[in-house]
Design a protein around this ligand. Structure first.
Ligand code: CS2
Length: 511
């Protein structure tokens, strides 16, 4: 049987799409660029670009998106050849809802040189720069939020400020070009899951600019805003199966498909420079303080994802929803969130934290979202501070138990330890601290206490005041011992049955 190749999505195909595929509801050919976005991955296409598509349909204005990648993958071959159009599928168990998003008007590949990105970012047409560059893109020290001046890309960029590689270096150079030409103000809006993301972005860019010493730091202080934001929608990396789903159901080929859940949320600090896309007209919230929303989301939803990812891999589960389908892991994560995480949250306007926990757990159980545990486990060193360690510190300060929250912290350690050659390379990992942890495993061997001692001494992740806590130390050792054993799930069962702080129990096996 021969199957005729389907046509690729593009402007010419829009009129011929099946009626159940929703199309851009505005005159896309008249759309002019006004926003630049760095990091056009699945999350951006499922989140900010969809919100912008909604805004354009509601109130058409000059808010087309220019999508820039400064790291792989190359965009030209996928989104570029489709003129920026792509299909966004919402999948909720058996439901599939398709929509073509039209808000991206141009894509720019800037992986080999910053020049193409700088040209866009410095343009007077661009009044808003959003970014999803992953946690490690900010080149900050996770435990302190300060710019990591020893980061190889930062060292490079400070020596070559006109040909930068890092996000802080590229943004500082773009702002310098703006300062030296039209001087128009701009908002730089981080959409990554780092705590106080606007503050961290402002810090790294300003620290970089101060070292330029040419008035740039003052110009930035007067003309650039760095609002913080909480962003949310689960949108895993696209798979070949997703591309085939679109082809089979709707009859066209789209190499830039994204799949997400129905839930979405965007809370943005009301602190802007220059003109602002009124995303608040179509469901985003502009608020004075994002902190309570950010804590809620990172500690509950992301904290649960990270927990399920490490315990999931250790228990042999492939996706978040597989881990959630396991009664033991589902019970563990619910108890951890309810008993230990929830009490650390500040009141969140309009949201009941316990209802949010239940809603989050049901989102994570969505079987149509194929979010791989290894994907979420990636770069854990950059994630555990805001997702797990900050609630741990808050609880320790009040003398409260941390027996449950310590388990996924040790889970991150066990995940990297088991990937080391000393432990037989159980799986492939990707984390800026993977080599360091592997070297520790090589050096100290399999004794949990020695492993925990050495890993807790990594100050970039574990703030010294946290690492100095005997209670935290004892809990991590006990958890690591259990998770590195032959039956990590038996340990999880044991903690679930008796979540008493390790300090109150017998010493760990290898103590
Ligand atoms: C995930 C997030 O990969 C990860 O780290 O936890 O991408 C998560 O799916 C989003 O933050 C949800 O909004």
């Amino acid at each position: 049987m021969s199957i005729s190749p389907s046509a690729y999505l593009g402007p010419a195909l829009l009129g011929g799409l099946p009626p159940e595929v929703r199309k851009p509801a505005y005159a896309r050919s008249a759309l002019q660029p006004g926003i630049a976005h760095i990091g056009v991955g699945a999350f951006h296409r499922c989140h900010q670009a969809e919100y912008t598509d909604d805004l354009l349909a509601d109130d058409f204005d000059r808010w087309g998106l220019v999508g820039i990648n400064i790291r792989p993958p190359v965009l030209a071959a996928t989104l570029g050849r489709q003129d920026g159009l792509y299909t966004r599928l919402i999948r909720q168990n058996n439901e599939v809802e398709a929509r073509v998003i039209g808000s991206i008007v141009r894509v720019v590949d800037s992986q080999h040189s910053a020049a193409p990105a700088l040209e866009v970012l410095a343009s007077p047409d661009i009044e808003m720069v959003t970014m999803t560059v992953t946690e490690k893109g900010y080149c900050h020290i996770p435990s302190s939020g300060a710019l990591d001046l020893d980061h190889p890309d930062i060292v490079h960029d400070l020596a070559n400020p006109e040909a930068p590689r890092s996000v802080p270096g590229i943004l500082a150079r773009a702002l310098e070009l703006r300062m030296g030409s039209h001087g128009r103000p701009v908002t730089l809006l981080s959409c990554d899951n780092i705590p106080a993301n606007g503050t961290i972005l402002g810090n790294v860019v300003q620290t970089f600019a101060e070292r330029r010493g040419n008035g740039l730091a003052d110009w930035i202080a007067a003309n650039v805003a760095f609002p913080s934001a909480m962003v949310d929608r689960i949108a895993p990396a696209t798979t070949e199966a997703d591309i085939e789903t679109v082809e089979q159901r709707f009859g066209y080929r789209d190499s830039a498909v994204v799949v997400g859940e129905r839930f979405r949320q965007w809370v943005i600090e009301n602190r802007f420079a220059g003109r602002v896309p009124r995303w608040d007209r179509i469901g985003a919230a502009f608020v004075d303080d994002v902190t309570p929303f950010e804590h809620l989301k990172m500690r509950v939803l992301n904290g649960a994802q990270t927990t399920l990812s490490y315990l999931g891999v250790l228990g042999g589960f492939e996706h978040t929803s597989d881990a959630m389908a396991d009664p033991l892991l589902a019970t563990f994560v619910r108890r951890m969130l309810t008993e230990e995480t929830l009490p650390t949250l500040m009141p969140v306007p309009g949201i009941s934290p316990s209802a949010y926990v239940e809603q989050s757990l049901s989102r994570l159980a969505n079987t149509a979202i194929r979010h791989r545990n290894h994907q979420i486990a990636t770069d854990g060193s950059q994630k555990i501070v805001q997702r797990l360690l900050n609630p741990v510190s808050d609880r320790l300060a009040k003398g409260q138990s941390i027996a449950l929250l310590s388990v996924p912290v040790a889970g991150w350690m066990a995940y990297l330890i088991k990937a080391s050659s000393r432990f037989g390379r159980a799986w492939q990992v990707s984390d800026p601290f993977a080599e360091k942890i592997a070297a520790i495993a090589d050096r100290v061997g399999s004794d949990s206490k020695s492993l925990a001692n050495a890993i807790l001494a990594v100050e970039a992740i574990f703030h010294p005041s946290l690492a100095a806590s005997d209670v935290f130390h004892a809990n991590v050792v006990t958890s690591l011992d259990g998770l590195l054993s032959d039956d990590p799930m038996a340990f999880v069962r044991h903690v679930c049955a008796d979540p008493t702080d390790a300090r109150l129990k017998r010493p760990a096996r290898s103590a």
